[in-house]
Write a protein that binds this ligand. Structure first.
Ligand code: PLP
Length: 249
């Protein structure tokens, strides 16, 4: 495929995505601009990412970038810095990669934008992040919750959420800004909606417990972002809906 064809395709996919977001938000009585669009850029090259960002900004979407793998985040950090946008880690973080992840996030957002790690799922990871981050402002983190109770997925059990939120609140170098989940694989819309609504309920209970900054709900990927918006998503995470199908790895 030539560069021009690829960019036309990304632009038309972003146009279609904008339509989806607008109609899902409007149907739910929400303002479309309440929903930020995190581009899931794993395996994408910088040309494609640039085209997607330009197209999203042209549609006045509030756009940010999420990477899954620390190695890829490290490789793209210099490029991301030039985008002047928020950069989030949305994949699992192993403790031996914490230093590399923090350095890459800091580099990617040094001029503008905020960094966030969406995938905190244990007290030990929270403690390690807290002891290693040393910016002037606290590091934004989200807790990944296994709302689908799917044994193959990452994220903590909902029952353990209050304790992990407390752990994070005890560290002045961390700021809990919300919750993240990966929807169930089910094709049953009711099952998916139930998972997203449970994340929203969990967020309400965190706010009631005094975690006042925990407002974000990062949920919904290409296949289920409409349901996530209906359930209150503040960040949706499309990948293939913008970039087309990824090469299988
Ligand atoms: C890959 C990925 C996405 C995007 O998935 P698509 O189905 O391509 O939209 C979103 N969130 C996470 C955590 C991912 O790993």
């Amino acid at each position: 495929m030539t560069g021009m064809t690829a960019s036309a395709t990304i632009a038309s996919r972003v146009a279609a995505l904008t339509e989806r977001i607008h109609s899902a938000a409007t149907a739910a009585g929400r303002v479309p601009s309440e929903v930020r669009v995190l581009l899931a850029t794993k395996t994408q090259d910088t040309d494609g990412i640039a085209q997607a960002i330009d197209a999203a900004r042209a549609h006045e979407l509030s756009v940010l970038v999420g990477e899954n793998r620390v190695q890829e985040l490290v490789a793209k950090a210099g490029y991301f810095a030039g985008l002047r946008t928020d950069i989030h880690l949305i994949g699992p973080l192993q403790s031996n990669k914490v230093n590399a992840a923090l350095a890459a996030l800091a580099a990617a957002t040094h001029a503008a934008g905020r960094a966030c790690i969406q995938t905190v799922d244990s007290a030990s990871l929270a403690r390690r992040l807290a002891s290693r981050c040393q910016g002037n402002a606290p590091l934004d983190v989200m807790i990944q919750v296994n709302t689908a109770m799917d044994e193959f997925k990452r994220g903590i059990e909902p029952a353990l959420l209050p304790n992990l939120a407390e752990e994070i609140a005890n560290h002045p170098t961390l700021r809990l800004v919300g919750l993240m989940t990966i929807g169930p694989r089910s094709r049953d819309r009711d099952v998916t909606t139930a998972a997203f609504e449970s994340l929203r309920t969990l967020r309400e209970s965190l706010i009631d417990r005094g975690h006042a900054h925990a407002r974000e709900l990062s949920m919904g990927m290409s296949g289920d972002l409409d349901l996530a918006i209906a359930a209150g998503a503040t960040i949706v995470r499309p990948g293939t809906a913008v970039f087309g199908s990824r090469p299988t790895v």
